[in-house]
Design a protein around this ligand. Sequence first.
Ligand code: C2E
Ligand code: CA
Ligand code: CA
Length: 822
Amino acid sequence: MTPLNTGSKIVLLASLVASTLVIGLKALNLLEPAELFLFDHLVRSRPSEDPDPRMTIVGITESDIRQHGWPLSDQMLAQVIDQIQRHQPQVVGLDLYRSTPRPPGSDDLITALAAPNLIAIMNVGSSQGQVPAPPTVEPNRVGFNDFPTDSDGVIRRNLMFVRSPDGGYFSFALRVVMAYAGYPPNALRAEANHLYLGDRAIPVLSAQDGGYQNVDSSGYQILLRYHTAQMPARHLSISEVLSGQFDPEWMTGNIVLIGTTAASLKDRFYTPFSFNQNEELTMPGVVIHSQMIRQLLDIVSDKPALYRVLPPWSEVLWLWGWCLAAGTMAWTIKHPNLLLISGGVLIGGLLSVGWLGVNGLVWIPLAEPITGIITAMAVVLAYKLLYRTTHDSLTGLPNREAFIGTIQQALYCRHPIGPPVIVAFMGVDRFKVINESLGHQMGDEVLQMMAQRLVQHSPPQAQVARVGGDEFALLLTHMSSAEAGNLMDHLQYALSEPLILHGQKLPSTLSIGVAISQPGLEHKPADLLRDAHTAMYRAKALGKSRFEVFAAGMLTEAVNRLQLESDLINALDNQEFLLYYQPIINLKTGELAGFESLVRWHQKERGFVLPSAFIPAAEETGLIMALGQWIFREACQQLREWHDQFPHYRHLTMSINLSNRQFGQADLINQIQAALKETQVNSHCIRLEITESMVMGDVDAAIDLMLKLKSLNLKLAIDDFGTGYSSLSYLHRFPMDTLKVDQSFVGRLEKSDEDRAIIHTILTLGQQLGMDVVAEGVETETQMAMLRQEGCDYGQGYFFAKPLPASDALALLQQQQPLGLT
Ligand code: C2E
Ligand code: CA
Ligand code: CA
């Protein structure tokens, strides 16, 4: 069995929560009103049917009452019955209570009531108490007039029969239908769940059918099928009957119901329909009886008239299915508007199914699944929201806040003699360079890949988090510090495999700082993370791609660094920077060929600070942009002055270092152009030094930029050649003028033949590619001699001169003495 992914788990959970909630609400009877509301709407939307030809309603109307008074006299009623009987109806149903005589004409009425085809009514248990049937009518021609109403007072059920020790009570409608269809009273059999009428089995309603949640289902009930909003049967007034203004066909062989329809008589009941099509959704009792009769007639003649409902188990499935669909939607659809629309479509679909159901006489619960849909969506969205506030969207890892919470928990659960709580803070080395030179999208991809690798290579009990832009963290609670050390080694090793991104190989290393909780010491989670962070900075300062464990002194160091950064920010405004110039010598002629400008920081408390101490901080803070711009202008300005001052030094060059971040800067070209114009320096005497690592990554973009620089007439040099990632394969594509052999090779020249061979190779390579070669870090005469012998063009180093302040460099120019060469 494959384990479920997070999405499926959440959707499953949400659907279960939603279903359970709905079932709970159902048990509390809270959904029934909504269920009934929806049911009524669907019932109303059914197409109307024609009046039933088997039945005619004789209603006592408003004008009948005006004409004949109310109550009707016995004589008047007898007359009406006689008039009807004259047309030989199959059944006459009298929906009027007649227990006491209303003379005159009482004898006539008793005669009329004696007709065997007449069904009379009795009222059981109404607010006026029991109203018996007319005493002269035998009991098997009497039906009860009991409309069970729902919790909202609306009549939706048809109570047909109630069992009693002496045989039971028949509803008025049932009596009429049995008389019409020729069933003797004993044709009715009432069993546990069915009422049998002859061989017709009628399943009875139970308390939770359809949208009912706990309805009183006592007696033998079915859901009342309303046929139509209009009269379910043809309709006459008493006056029309008495005056004979009707088609006798309406009565002959049919059912004729007599009852009151006048509104003033208040014999009205709430139904899903309005009899008058008005706001008030009521029908007169006789019309409701006719609806019931019509339903029962259809049942005995085998027409579809019974509502069906879902069995309880499938009702649960039905609910759960919708919850699952809604949960899946909420999980997969990211866009809020789209989700809203889809949710609407889902509910719309559900209502359509409900509509089809009611039209096909199936009552499917709707409020339940709608509530379920909304709940399931809400649960998934709530989870997403919670997830978003605790997780990083790019990598899916927990974020800093969540991670601190996890550390807190780990510290709380820590056992005094158990393994310590270990926090490792990891920074992706040179991430800023990747981000700035290759773009943020590549940067994001690098972070994603790093996150993936980290998770993959961490033990399953470890918690991995993304705690900053290019920073990850690991929480370990199950291993000793020695084991953690091994793990860090393993991670360093496993993660230093170069990343392959869009066919490009990118170096990927981590600097890791580790903080370990000390037994018996109270730790704050944020402090532990800060300590690990500090240790990581230490690891970076010590040359990256390594791990350091936090030690107490590091904190002061970190504070110092912070101080350095803040001092640095003011340094430019305070004019604390100055340039030194180190001579570059033509090894063939011994003449001064140019200078390399090297920045110095003169800080009032620290004294002279070397670039290695502040350039990384300047890069980190972004100050390098402004600083680099200043350096470039200053060096150009200086060269321009010397050119002007010493006409025989017009060929003198100035090498200017570019930092990684400057190289990736968008308006580098514009800035350089502006400075060149302003200082009016001869641009082909300016040489920009860039390192190999700057042009790794997006080689084409780097070449593009170099060509733009070349188009400004500038010279380009590749600095520290031989130390970076080998770009030998690209070297011929780079429009470089000069190769600067790194001082490490020169330093070992005397000791190792290998380094001599390397320099030889580099020189040959340079010549072949038409580049000048400068050897850096020349410190001894022997080194110089060897380089000359190898045919190296230029040298730079303490042997000739240290980097000099401008005044000393000026003095040197004035001397006009070749340096170091005799
Ligand atoms: P780099 O560009 O390789 O500069 C050469 C470094 O070697 C300089 O260190 C220089 O003083 C030192 N050096 C020169 N001759 C010898 C020698 O014979 N023996 C030894 N051991 N060292 C020698 P510095 O000035 O401390 O600069 C260090 C690095 O800082 C530079 O390396 C460069 O990467 C960076 N840097 C210096 N100035 C600037 C600047 O203006 N802008 C930028 N972006 N980076 C700079
Ligand atoms: Ca340099
Ligand atoms: Ca160098």
